[in-house]
Design a protein around this ligand. Structure first.
Ligand code: ADP
Ligand code: MG
Length: 143
């Protein structure tokens, strides 16, 4: 699915729409340059999951985790931002096995950095900066 947004709020809405289709075990890989709207998208997504905490990009850590529940099931939302990650050892320390859990929904900014560790069955979201406040967002569900 391809969609253009014209504001931060519209991008948050696209994140919220995706949230409604998610279930435990889902992994969402985000691709796109700095300022393309990845964190903005995650804010809308997390809010729609019922997470009340404000989502900021994890800066000094690569991952922040938030408990939430969906249909009275207790799940965890993991928000990864690998912008500052450089080496395999950075990513080893993340404990991806635990993060990619059936009881968790995981969203990864700068997913290209760990692409070879990502399961094939995932949702990819590509962000492109267009003129001004326009962003092109492409969502692809891989089997
Ligand atoms: P990233 O996480 O990809 O680096 P952010 O979501 O942190 O990007 O930042 C996006 C910036 O672009 C924010 O300052 C936001 O207000 C601005 N912006 C302008 N138009 C849009 C849009 N259509 N979608 C998302 N963000 C937008
Ligand atoms: Mg970001």
């Amino acid at each position: 699915m391809e969609v253009n947004t014209n504001s931060k709020e519209e991008t948050q809405k696209i994140g919220a729409d995706l949230a409604n289709d998610l279930e435990g075990g889902d992994i969402i890989a985000l691709f796109g340059n700095l300022g393309a709207g990845k964190t903005t998208f995650v804010q809308g997504l997390a809010k729609a999951l019922g997470i009340k905490k404000r989502i900021l990009s994890p800066t000094f850590v690569f991952v922040r985790s938030y408990p939430f529940s969906k249909n009275s099931e207790k799940l965890t939302f993991h928000h990864l931002d690998l912008y500052r990650g450089q080496s395999i050892s950075d990513f080893d320390a993340l404990g991806l096995d635990e993060i990619f859990d059936k009881d968790a929904i995981c969203v990864i900014e700068w997913a290209d950095k760990i692409e070879k560790f990502l399961p094939k069955k995932r949702i990819d979201v590509f962000f492109e900066i267009k003129n001004g406040d326009k962003r092109l967002i492409n969502i692809r569900r891989n089997k």
